[in-house]
Design a protein around this ligand. Structure first.
Ligand SMILES: [Fe+2]
Length: 219
């Protein structure tokens, strides 16, 4: 990790939270101000050409750190909601494939629970502040919660496939950002989740194709 990036990560952990306690300014405002400074700096550089500014790498690193923290917290929140959703389906499942699918859903939520812990700890190692409250997760997540009602295997898997595709897109986006900023551990970690969701999407997709009820045709 470059010194600029390291200092930006360090700052990302400290300054924004200190500042976020102020009612008049938040993290997005800080980023907007820095992006504006950067824009003026770059415009000035175009006119002066040979003047080297030291601020540019720092500002870029700071903005990169903020974006990474934001993306990882969004992913974390979606993983937490998906964990509870899979457990809800595990509990409320009904139908001919209960025994098989009850166990399969447990396997998936166990894998997601492990990912939640690993992503949060990776964030802490980077100097970020992972969300840890249910209120915060619900505010950040874009995955719809399960309802307290019975579901068939087919209904559950249709929803899970949609969610897993979204999660795959999210881990790919984190991977791309981590690669851009040379954050190797996070990049490698996302490889594991890309593989996990690719495989799960294929398997769930195949499962949905099979007949779920006596006499039901394959799709
Ligand atoms: Fe159980």
């Amino acid at each position: 990790m470059s010194d600029h990036f390291r200092s930006a990560f360090s700052l990302a952990n400290k300054a924004p939270h200190a500042l976020s306690s102020s009612k008049s300014i938040n993290i997005d405002t800080i980023v907007t101000i820095l992006e504006t400074i950067l824009l003026f700096e770059n415009l000035l550089f175009l006119y002066t050409e040979n003047i080297k500014f030291e601020l540019t790498p720092w500002v870029l690193s700071y903005i990169g750190g903020r974006n990474m923290e934001k993306k990882l917290n969004h992913l974390l929140a979606d993983l937490v909601v998906e964990y509870h959703k899979l457990q809800s389906f595990h509990w409320y499942l009904k139908g001919y494939h209960f025994f098989d699918d009850h166990a399969k859903l447990e396997e998936y939520y166990d894998a997601i629970a492990e990912a939640v812990d690993t992503v949060a700890e990776d964030m802490l190692m980077l100097g970020f502040k992972p969300e840890s409250t249910m209120k915060g997760f619900m505010a950040l997540s874009t995955i719809e919660e399960a309802k307290n009602k019975e579901v068939t295997s087919e209904e559950a898997y249709e929803i899970i496939l949609k969610d897993f595709k979204q999660l795959l897109d999210e881990v790919k986006a984190v991977k791309a950002l981590a690669e851009k900023d040379d954050v190797y551990v996070t990049s490698n970690l996302m490889d594991d989740y890309i593989e996990m969701f690719y495989k799960a999407n294929w398997m769930v997709g195949q499962e949905i194709k099979r007949p779920h009820f006596p006499g039901q045709d394959n799709k």
